[in-house]
Design a protein around this ligand. Structure first.
Ligand SMILES: Cc1cc2nc3c(=O)[nH]c(=O)nc-3n(C[C@H](O)[C@H](O)[C@H](O)COP(=O)(O)OP(=O)(O)OC[C@H]3O[C@@H](n4cnc5c(N)ncnc54)[C@H](O)[C@@H]3O)c2cc1C
Ligand code: FES
Length: 297
């Protein structure tokens, strides 16, 4: 067995990390239809609201029966500790999300979380650049809020294919210093890809947080890596992988990592639900990651 395979097996096997999570009976407080099959749903779930950190996710029971059997993973979009509520921003892509879109106030659902590794929050003040594509906006309201609580200057580049799919401006937390919209068809904000805006901010940001489809994240990483001036801003990305359990048991959410000891060779596989979903962009093997499916558009 090659060393990469040995490392891969070692990285894949992990203990379930449920010690920080709760399985709470959450009650739907409201569900807002934002158009274009996009929704923001809010649950009363005081324990989850207390524990959730930006970038972490929850496994939501979309049906108490057997179809679909597995819970579905969603990033915490908001967590209001005072109100005891958590919110999720999602789009309908299949049966589970279609059922979730039908939740009415009063609906009860088991929600397991918080799970996974979230974004690293800074210890010193500076400028944080948030860059989202489509549904990749989901974890950023909570991140923007927690960053501005730390007096961080928050700039959010918010992109999508078209205006109807943009994360709504009025939902962006008020502490966000600057927001810039991009649409590929030019129906709102600046015309083009959200990554076009990155060059304007790359040199003056201390941290970059990105979430969106894998090709977009790869473009962010490439631009960042091509910056010759060192040190580069820290770059963290929130990525997706198909998930079963959400806590390190089913091994279904493998993601390709680089092996610093063997540059050029295939590195180990990690678990998105344990080592991610937020990772340092430099830890990922982007070439192999791009061969995996992604639908966060
Ligand atoms: C950590 C994490 C956080 C997420 N956060 C959000 C969020 O905040 N908002 C949001 O809208 N979505 C989010 N997603 C994606 C969301 O979980 C899926 O859209 C949902 O599970 C689809 O369920 P479904 O039953 O509607 O569709 P399904 O019928 O299960 O799937 C529909 C199609 O999407 C594909 N698919 C489903 N899940 C994934 C995946 N994770 N990666 C790649 N392809 C997939 C399937 O292969 C299929 O082609 C997140 C995923 C992960 C892993
Ligand atoms: S190991 Fe089951 S989803 Fe990650």
């Amino acid at each position: 067995m090659s060393s990469a395979e040995t490392l891969g097996a070692a990285a894949l096997v992990g203990r379930s990390d449920l010690s920080r999570a709760v399985d709470e009976t959450a009650v739907c407080a409201q569900s807002v239809d934002l158009g274009a099959d996009l929704f923001e749903i809010t649950f009363v779930a005081p324990e989850l609201a207390r524990l959730a950190e930006p970038g972490q996710f929850a496994q939501i029971e979309v049906d108490p029966g057997r179809v679909p059997l597995l819970r579905r993973p969603f990033s915490f979009s908001r967590a209001d500790r005072e109100q005891g509520t958590v919110s999720f921003y999602f789009g309908i892509v299949g049966e589970g999300t279609r059922r979730m879109a039908g939740f009415k106030p009063g609906h009860r659902a088991q929600i397991l979380g918080p799970l996974g590794r979230g974004f690293t929050l800074p210890h010193s003040r500076g400028r944080s650049l948030l860059i989202s594509g489509g549904l990749g906006a989901a974890p950023f309201p909570l991140l923007a809020e927690r960053l501005s609580e730390r007096q961080e200057e928050v700039v959010w580049l918010n992109g999508s294919r078209t205006e109807r799919e943009l994360y709504p401006d009025h939902l962006i937390p008020p502490g966000t210093s600057r927001r810039v919209q991009f649409t590929q068809d030019g129906s709102a904000g600046r015309v083009g890809l959200v990554t076009d805006g990155l060059v304007d901010w790359l040199d003056t940001s201390q941290r970059i947080y990105a979430c969106g489809p894998n090709p977009m994240l790869n473009a962010v990483h490439s631009l960042w890596a091509s910056r010759s001036e060192l040190p580069r801003p820290e770059l963290e990305v929130s990525i997706e992988a198909p998930m079963g359990c959400g806590f390190g048991t089913c091994l279904g959410c493998a993601i390709p990592l680089l092996d610093p000891g063997h540059p050029g060779g295939d590195g180990p596989l990690g678990l998105c639900c344990r080592q991610g979903p937020v990772l340092a962009a430099s830890a990922l093997d982007w070439e192999r990651l791009l061969r995996q499916p992604s639908h966060l558009e």
